[in-house]
Design a protein around this ligand. Structure first.
Ligand code: SF4
Length: 347
């Protein structure tokens, strides 16, 4: 019989299990301490547990829900992991290194149902949600790699494969474990969730006080442009999206990040710049402009450097905060979904 993943168990579930085998509940805190604070990779490393319990845990649970299938290093230092789940799906995590910051881009689903036209993962369709343990494990394995070099992960971006808000309960629980002082102890500012714009969930993040910052993939400056790139816009057009992001900013006091993909003749034009200014100029936000990475859609190409500079200068002239992000790890296919799709096709 397949063992269950111990990292996915809630406190209540682990308590119930321990009770069922005649163990005391205080063992739950000890076990979670080993799993999430010390990030150990085998039950026999849990030194304050009796040998009989270690043996029983080993018999009943898996401690490593993901297997590393490949690890590729790009010329610019970006590293991409391809992980295999127990049920033989592939997911990706990307390590981005910038000065003293080591950020991991984490997946929350196998595939994605949102159908954004510029995204490789969309072509895979939706397979299943990742469990809490599988979300945490991406961090743990990448962090173990960094520790061998005397470094540690400092930031998490829930922006890999999948729409985190479509796996809300597991994303929310993972974010709380990452933030928990007893475990990973990552401050709120070090956690960012990126959504395609599920407005009810944006409100829920604010209401539940999920410990993270919010980034929204805007990508279109009017409804027809955004709907053509992101089908979610038909369900939640710009007006509804901005009502929700305004609510989030008011409720949390946080600045919001709008991600904006730069595509030649579509989103990187003078008209788009003017519309973007109108949408964001009076809001407490910053914009991350992301130059289109390789795409299998021939209709979508990145703008020239000159076009990008002109666009950015126009936005900055209105004193709107905008950063430009160039594609990372091109030589290792670091764009979300590129490797996993290949593997899924091979498997
Ligand atoms: S961009 Fe994000 S939300 Fe859109 S299809 Fe890709 S993974 Fe899903």
């Amino acid at each position: 019989m397949e063992k269950s993943d111990i990292k996915s168990l809630s406190v209540g579930e682990l308590n119930a299990y321990l009770e069922s085998i005649g163990q005391k509940k205080y063992r739950t805190a000890q076990i979670q301490d080993w799993l999430f604070k010390h990030q150990c990779s085998a039950f026999d490393q849990m030194k304050n547990l009796p040998a009989s319990l270690v043996q029983r845990l080993d018999q009943d649970f898996d401690i490593n829900p993901l297997t590393c299938s490949s690890q590729d290093v790009a010329e610019d230092g970006t590293i991409k992991w391809l992980f295999r789940t127990k049920d033989q799906f592939y997911i990706e995590s990307v390590l981005l290194i910038a000065e003293d910051r080591h950020s991991i881009c984490i997946s929350t689903q196998v595939g994605c149902a949102m159908g954004c036209t510029f995204c490789r993962t969309a072509q895979m369709g939706f397979k299943r949600n990742l469990r809490v343990g599988e979300i945490l494990e991406q961090f743990i394995q990448v962090n173990q790699y960094l520790k061998t070099q005397g470094k540690e992960l400092s930031n998490i971006i829930f922006m890999g494969m999948g729409e985190p808000m479509n796996n809300f309960e597991n994303f929310d629980r993972a974010a709380r474990i990452f933030h928990d002082r007893r475990f990973f102890n990552l401050g709120k500012k070090r956690l960012t969730v990126s959504t395609s714009g599920l407005v009810d969930k944006i409100r829920e993040v604010a209401d539940r006080e999920t410990p993270c910052h919010l980034a929204v993939s805007l990508n279109g400056t009017n409804d027809s442009m955004r709907s053509a790139l992101m089908p979610i816009n038909d369900r939640y057009p710009l007006e509804k999206l901005f009502e929700a992001t305004d609510y989030y900013v008011e409720k949390t006091g946080n600045r919001i990040t709008f991600e904006y993909i730069l595509i030649k003749d579509i989103t990187c034009t003078e008209q788009a710049a003017n519309e973007l200014i109108a949408l964001t100029g009076r809001r407490r936000c910053k914009i991350n402009a992301i130059v289109l990475n390789e795409s299998e859609n021939d209709m979508l190409v990145p703008p020239s450097d000159q076009e990008i500079e002109k666009f950015i200068a126009k936005i900055r002239s209105k004193e709107i905060l905008i950063h430009i992000r160039r594609p990372r790890g091109r030589d290792i296919q670091a764009a979300c979904g590129q490797l996993a799709i290949k593997q899924q096709k091979v498997a």
